[in-house]
Design a protein around this ligand. Structure first.
Ligand SMILES: NC(=O)c1ccc[n+]([C@@H]2O[C@H](COP(=O)([O-])OP(=O)(O)OC[C@H]3O[C@@H](n4cnc5c(N)ncnc54)[C@H](O)[C@@H]3O)[C@@H](O)[C@H]2O)c1
Length: 249
């Protein structure tokens, strides 16, 4: 089945990371040109080499981009447009957690998570929306998390990821008239290489498996498939939705 992605240009923030590069790989395999925007040039370059190996002939660009910095976002998106053409698809995926109980949380832990997850998404949406509106087509997918329901030690991360769902729903209403869909995915625990390397991985895995109907943890490709769905023609009439990628949790 043709998923309607051939020739589309997709920008993926945090494209050097696990979920970002897995999503870029699926989009590239469907014929989209992909731009990996990451604050780490090394991570983006590594992801680019991996995608080019996995998808021979893929069109892949990289740009260093700090999503918290409006000027950096503008410069990175300009570079992408120069290299690949106008951006049709935006995957807002850059993010991280910095866990502490609220009374022990440094103000910077709050600001850094919110500035990256929520304000970074605001900056990146604003960078691509005018072009999408002009061309009357666009797909935006925001990376929330099941933490939007609220996890102990994650008041910063849970509130930012919940905020992303509000942003998604509001922007979907603003942009829908321009044939732009805006959706979110909310992964549960994803067994990325970084997570597997954590000393408490076994404990995290046990806890997650105990509350997940499906009998395994997600990997990054499980999340990428949900992203691909929203970007593809399968999702043409679906907007303002948050899809939990959480094994039935
Ligand atoms: N791994 C999980 O279990 C899980 C679960 C739910 C949601 N998520 C979300 O999925 C997204 C990707 O997670 P991942 O597991 O692939 O993480 P990852 O650490 O592998 O990738 C994140 C990438 O974002 C980049 N990044 C960080 N700050 C940035 C900034 N200011 N500007 C641009 N890039 C920046 C990092 O350099 C990294 O390459 C995140 O938003 C995360 O919150 C992850």
């Amino acid at each position: 089945m043709d998923l309607g992605l051939t020739g589309r240009v997709a920008a993926i923030t945090g494209g050097g990371g696990a979920i970002g590069r897995a999503t870029a790989r699926l989009l590239a395999a469907e014929g989209a040109a992909v731009a990996l925007l990451d604050v780490s040039a090394d991570a983006a370059a590594d992801a680019r080499a991996w995608i080019e190996g996995e998808v021979p002939g893929a069109s892949v660009a990289t740009a260093v981009c700090d999503v918290t910095d409006k000027a950096s976002v503008a410069a990175a998106f300009d570079t992408v447009v120069e290299q690949l053409g106008p951006i049709d698809i935006l995957i807002n995926n850059a993010g991280f957690s910095r866990d502490k109980y609220m009374l022990k949380m440094a103000e910077d832990d709050w600001d850094d998570v919110h500035n990256t997850v929520l304000k970074g998404t605001f900056h990146c949406c604003r960078a691509v929306l005018p072009g999408m509106m002009e061309r009357n087509w666009g797909r935006i997918v925001n990376t929330s998390s099941m933490a939007y329901l609220g996890n102990k030690g994650q008041t910063n991360y849970s509130s930012a990821k919940a905020g992303l769902i509000g942003l998604t729903n509001a922007l979907a209403r603003e942009a829908g008239g321009f044939n732009i869909t805006v959706n979110a995915v909310a992964p549960g625990l994803v067994a990325t290489p970084r997570l597997r390397a954590r000393p408490d991985f076994e404990k995290l895995q046990q806890r997650s498996l105990a509350t997940t109907p499906l009998p395994r943890l997600a990997d990054e490709t499980d999340v990428a498939k949900a992203m691909l769905f929203f970007c593809s023609s399968l999702g043409d009439f679906i907007s303002a939705q948050c899809l939990n990628v959480s094994g039935g949790r």
